[in-house]
Design a protein around this ligand. Structure first.
Ligand code: FES
Ligand SMILES: [Fe+2]
Length: 412
């Protein structure tokens, strides 16, 4: 095990090393404030990098699909599991005249393609779930139609540990494996796929996407903004800093998450269960390597817009992991999605306990999201030109620097 841990020593940083590498200067807020930068982000970032859009367990059977609206790439995409079991992504655009092949409502729509085909409701063109154009009503009336060139337009799609990523670039500069790099080693091997009970929250916030992202990227705010939902939380330690190319991570340690009497009751139910009790031993070896008892969760940023927090039941009782994602709708509007994942409950008591923990976490998220619109209004006022960042806010500093390198046309 020691060898395996040492294999990732090059990504670990102490506080002095973080300061040396990322600096301690204030960070300009211009990238948040300037609408022109958002237009560059769309082209140079969101249409170039790998973006998580689904999980494999959302689409368990051949024919299961999800339509996702992504205004940040001016796109509607169809993510579908084919007859061969493979998940693919295509533009949800009919090659006849451009109608949406699968009609949708809201930002995400789920369904099942019958007989592994989808049919455009405008004139009835039929496509296989793997993309090819299968049939065209009155085909002979087109004179000549080369159906072999008229399949759905494919989008690069790949999976890591059951997380489905796409890349809008027709020729991505990196494979998903190369893009994730050591992140895949750091976070690999955790039984994500066993935690299929998902509670999803989302809201549209009047703020730039980075304001929402940055607010969830540090633990400095916990003792103040979460004094309501976590009254017994005793201190917080934000350490084990890691820099992983464009991605970064650190660990939150602390105690007192179960302080409310009601939470203690429900936590007891989950802690008494083999499935839901704290499973520190399941954490990848690089995370909480000394297996400290006060481990709460690991807080990584998968650049540019995904946070995957591994809790393993150690933090919020029974909570296996949770994710945040931040989808820009325009310069000043963001769709935030938070999802809590648990292993399936085996009886009513476990389910009630999960719902309680979920509500506790929802309350904390309400406290988080309450700051975002005010922060954005403050930044847009022009009253400040910089953010002052302390050590525990290094994920923000790192993400801002990585963003700068993409805006300049490079990668990291
Ligand atoms: S636009 Fe789809 S069949 Fe005509
Ligand atoms: Fe928070």
């Amino acid at each position: 095990m020691q060898d395996t841990i040492a294999a990732l020593d090059h990504i670990r940083r102490t506080v002095p090393e973080i300061r040396d590498e990322l600096g301690i200067d204030p960070i300009p807020v211009r990238a948040i404030r300037d609408p022109e930068i958002y237009e560059i982000e769309k082209e140079q970032l969101f249409k170039k990098v790998w973006l998580k859009v689904a999980t494999a367990w959302e689409l368990p059977n051949p024919g299961d699909y999800k339509v996702k609206e992504l205004p940040v790439a001016d796109a509607s995409i169809l993510i579908v599991r084919g007859k061969d079991g493979k998940i693919r992504a295509h533009h949800n655009v009919c090659t006849h005249r451009g109608n949406k092949v699968v009609p949708n409502k809201g930002f995400e729509t789920y369904g099942r393609a019958r007989a592994n085909v989808v049919t455009c409701r405008f004139h009835g063109w039929v496509f296989g779930t793997d993309g090819p154009l299968k049939s065209v009503p009155m085909e002979e009336a087109f004179g000549h139609l080369d159906k072999s060139c008229l399949g759905l337009r494919e989008i690069a799609c790949d999976e890591w540990e059951g997380f489905v990523f796409i890349n809008f670039d027709p020729n991505p500069a990196q494979s998903l494996k190369d893009y994730l790099g050591d992140f895949a080693t750091l976070f690999g091997g955790y039984p994500y796929h066993e935690s299929t009970t998902a509670f999803r929250y989302s809201t549209v916030l009047k703020c730039n996407w980075k304001v929402a992202h940055y607010a969830f990227s540090e633990g400095y705010h916990v003792p103040t903004i979460h004094a309501g939902s976590l009254p017994g939380f005793r201190g917080i330690e934000h350490s084990d800093f890691k820099l992983i190319g464009p991605h970064a991570s650190s660990t939150i340690y602390g105690a007192g998450m179960e302080a409310a009497p009601s939470t203690q009751v429900f936590a007891g139910v989950l802690h008494a269960s083999d499935a839901h009790k704290p499973h520190a031993e399941q954490l990848p070896v690089h995370i909480n390597p000394t297996r400290r008892d006060d481990f709460q969760f690991e807080l990584p940023n998968v650049f540019p817009n995904l946070l995957i927090h591994l809790a393993s039941g150690c933090g919020y009782p029974g909570l296996s992991y949770f994710t945040h994602q931040f989808w820009p709708l325009d310069h000043g509007t963001t769709l935030w999605e938070g999802i809590n994942y648990f292993r399936p409950a085996r009886n009513a008591a476990e389910y009630a306990a999960q719902v309680h923990v979920n509500a506790l976490h929802r309350n904390a998220w309400l406290e988080d999201t309450a700051t975002m619109e005010d922060t954005f209004t403050g930044i847009m006022s022009g009253a400040i030109d910089d953010m002052q960042l302390m050590d525990q806010e290094f994920l923000i500093r790192h993400a801002a620097r990585t963003l700068d390198s993409y805006l300049a046309g490079g990668t990291q």
